[in-house]
Design a protein around this ligand. Structure first.
Ligand SMILES: NC(=O)c1ccc[n+]([C@@H]2O[C@H](COP(=O)([O-])OP(=O)(O)OC[C@H]3O[C@@H](n4cnc5c(N)ncnc54)[C@H](O)[C@@H]3O)[C@@H](O)[C@H]2O)c1
Length: 252
């Protein structure tokens, strides 16, 4: 029987930062769709979700990885690529630095670039090699509305998320003919730790909510369907796309 269009049965998915927020929802959604999981993140960061992930009956492996070290991301990627046939990579982990651009230090700037961009690239580079050999792979980068807009007082974040969208298209062009689809999801305003400072500011919450056509912020689970689509054979002819999941924010 042909596998259902959106099934991930028999697939192995790597998800970065799957311990909380959007990454956690995507990882659990993938397990529910049939995938084995390899969760990459800072030590201890997946402790609270592995039992739930395992309850779907597929394997769950946790690997320590701090994305602030691109060389470490490359080494972990190389090791994984040698050990496991990875079908799906979700580059979800990300960090944000909020503040006036006049006050940003080189260390703070570099940290955001390393986590959100450089480590993403080198992990992807390593896992893509065997995908190219096997002529099969799905790579999903988590971009942002700030892949299209500048945001307020988040210069390094906006710079990296614009770069993630560009990198998604560049890698899609390079690897499409090898049977690999590279795409991105641009979540709108989602209630996670990333947006906690905004949600604690009543004026910002009101201004943002009023501008969202759907009339509400997103939940992390709102991103899961797009991720399963881009991870499954349903998206085999979708290349280099940045899929917004934003309650209509960018349509307005
Ligand atoms: N929440 C939103 O509104 C929103 C909107 C657009 C894009 N995003 C993006 O979604 C992704 C997930 O963010 P979230 O909203 O779930 O927020 P979150 O802060 O809850 O999750 C971020 C994840 O990244 C991991 N991470 C951060 N620094 C890391 C490091 N140095 N090494 C390894 N892992 C690290 C964290 O442990 C966590 O699992 C991020 O890329 C974020 O930029 C979020």
């Amino acid at each position: 029987m042909t596998a259902p269009l959106f099934s991930l049965e028999g697939r192995t998915a790597v998800v970065t930062g799957g311990g909380r927020g959007i990454g956690r929802s995507i990882a659990l959604g993938f397990a529910g769709a049939g995938a084995d999981l390899i969760l990459l993140g800072r030590p201890g960061s997946h402790r609270d979700m592995t039992d739930e992930a395992k309850s779907y009956g597929h394997s769950v492996t946790v690997v320590d990885l701090d994305l602030s070290e691109p060389a470490h991301a490359k080494a972990v990627g190389a090791q994984l690529a040698g050990d496991v046939d990875v079908d799906i990579l979700v580059n979800n982990a990300g960090t944000i630095d909020r503040g006036d651009s006049t006050a940003v230090t080189p260390d703070a700037w570099n940290h955001v670039l390393q986590v959100n961009l450089s480590s993403l690239f080198f992990l992807t580079q390593q896992l893509a090699g065997p995908m190219i050999t096997r002529r099969h792979g799905k790579i999903i980068n988590i971009a942002s509305l700030l892949s299209f807009q500048g945001g307020l007082r988040v210069a390094s974040y906006a710079a990296t998320k614009h770069a993630v969208a560009g990198l998604t298209r560049a890698l899609a062009n390079e690897w499409a003919s090898h049977g690999i689809q590279v795409n991105a999801i641009a979540p709108g305003y989602i209630a996670t730790d990333n947006t906690r400072p905004l949600r604690e500011d009543p004026d910002r919450v009101r201004a943002i909510t009023e501008r969202i056509p759907a009339g509400r912020w997103g939940e992390a689970d709102d991103v899961v369907g797009a991720a399963i689509f881009l991870a499954s054979r349903a998206s085999d002819y979708v290349n280099g796309h940045v899929l917004v999941v934003d309650g209509g924010w960018t349509a307005r």
